[in-house]
Design a protein around this ligand. Structure first.
Ligand SMILES: Cc1cc2nc3c(=O)[nH]c(=O)nc-3n(C[C@H](O)[C@H](O)[C@H](O)COP(=O)(O)OP(=O)(O)OC[C@H]3O[C@@H](n4cnc5c(N)ncnc54)[C@H](O)[C@@H]3O)c2cc1C
Length: 383
């Protein structure tokens, strides 16, 4: 596989994050899964090594490199199989920090971004509400001007980094009567200590146990009007623009975890014997492994092309929507077949594949469900 953008510097960076993952993350996964969280200390350690938000400009504490370095971080953290770290960092660094970098004022950037590179500040994105997920324009959380503040009322749910976050980029309605409704959506920067903001339940999920997903509650929560991110009424447009990178990040996660699951399963099936032979050598199983390897390689080629287009600043909306649905379904198919090839051991907690089977499930739901991807594509194809 040739990646035109991969230089010697990328390889050195990749080696250092691989060593970090082996020493600091892999030995702790079981404990963090039991604790249902990862400690703040691991964020700080990643910050010390320059693994958090490397793409931020140097004046905000980053390394001033391009998105390709984020790709390396995402791939290595995904390969660690620790959802708490990989998803947490992905949301923080590649999904939420860009909102502040691209749409924040100088004061907002200086107040928040340097802490994001050290692990002292963790970011979350609050869009989804108990009654509204896919239809973002229908959110009901309101932010109404009062004196020099916005007063926020409403609730968010399923928020990644919800309990650990220090700042939330929050989607609100500043004009609840706007027509069409999406013109009433704005984004606010809300600190965790804002009066009237409380964190609700840590949600008990099917998988991704070490990953923090929570409810956020706003009861007459006040933030200064200077905390508006971008302009009033522009929130929906900004969300739709930034969702393209979010979907690319999901594609990268999906293909990388599919590769990892196949690697684990090839090792297992070569070592396990039945009827006096490695189970990988039975024709049905070898064909299954070959089919998975083929689909994964096709998917990888597509993802790498998307990464290149994104690095060149091209509009990836159409192809990233295709990739998001196809690659996340591929990852789920691979998980299903890998469990089957592990036999009963695949269903046992001490086998990594068991955890990964659960952890890949929400990929078809997050970042815009796969049905929403097909809706976008159907519209683009004028169907
Ligand atoms: C682990 C996890 C982490 C998450 N992290 C975050 C986060 O950090 N921040 C955040 O804001 N949200 C987050 N979410 C929420 C996620 O983005 C939503 O769950 C998702 O957008 C779907 O919304 P919903 O759950 O309300 O489903 P609904 O919108 O109720 O959809 C239910 C079903 O109906 C289908 N459907 C809806 N509309 C259509 C249509 N027009 N055509 C065809 N089918 C349709 C959907 O595809 C889905 O299958 C997270 C979710 C999970 C599971």
């Amino acid at each position: 596989m040739s990646r035109r953008w991969l230089t010697e510097d990328h390889r050195i960076f990749q080696d250092s994050i691989r060593r970090f993952v082996e020493k600091e993350i892999i030995p702790n996964i079981d404990q963090w899964e039991k604790d249902r969280q990862v400690p703040r200390q691991i964020w700080r350690k990643m910050g010390e090594q320059g693994f958090l938000c490397p793409c931020l400009p140097v004046e905000y504490g980053g390394s001033g490199v391009d998105f390709s370095y984020s790709v390396i971080v995402q791939e290595e953290l995904t390969r660690s199989t620790c959802s708490g770290v990989s998803t947490g960092v992905r949301v923080h660094a590649d999904i939420v920090a860009p909102y502040i970098l691209h749409h924040g004022t100088e004061d907002q950037k200086r107040a928040i971004l340097p802490g994001c590179t050290t692990g002292d500040i963790i970011l979350a994105l609050g869009m989804t509400e108990p009654n509204c997920g896919s239809d973002v324009a229908a959110i009901r959380t309101t932010a109404i001007k009062s004196g020099g503040d916005y007063v926020i009322n409403g609730q968010k749910t399923f928020i990644s980094n919800g309990l650990s976050c220090d700042w939330v980029v929050l989607a609100v309605k500043t004009d609840p009567d706007a027509k069409p409704p999406h013109k009433g959506v704005s984004l606010l920067l809300v600190p965790a200590d804002a009066p009237g903001f409380s964190k609700g339940r840590k949600l008990q999920k099917m998988g991704m146990h070490s990953q923090d997903t929570a409810e956020l509650i706003f009861e007459d929560c006040r933030v200064p009007q200077e905390n508006l991110l971008g302009q009033e009424g522009q929130g929906f447009r900004i969300l739709m623009k930034n969702l393209q990178q979010e979907r690319l990040v999901i594609c990268i996660g999906a293909i990388t975890i599919a590769e990892k699951m196949l690697e684990i399963t090839i090792d297992y099936t070569k070592g396990r014997t039945a009827f006096g032979r490695p189970i990988s050598s039975f024709q049905y199983n070898s064909f299954k492994l070959v089919e998975m390897a083929t689909e994964i390689e096709l998917g990888r080629t597509f993802v790498d092309a998307l990464i290149e287009d994104h690095l060149e600043g091209k509009d990836i909306t159409r192809r990233v929507s295709m990739g998001k649905w196809w690659l996340t379904e591929l990852a789920n198919r691979v998980a299903y077949d890998c469990i089957q090839l592990h036999g009963g051991y695949g269903y046992m907690e001490e086998y990594t594949i068991c955890r990964l089977y659960r952890d890949v499930r929400p990929q078809t739901i997050v970042g815009g469900t796969n049905e929403i991807m097909k809706r976008i594509l159907a519209k683009m194809m004028k169907l």
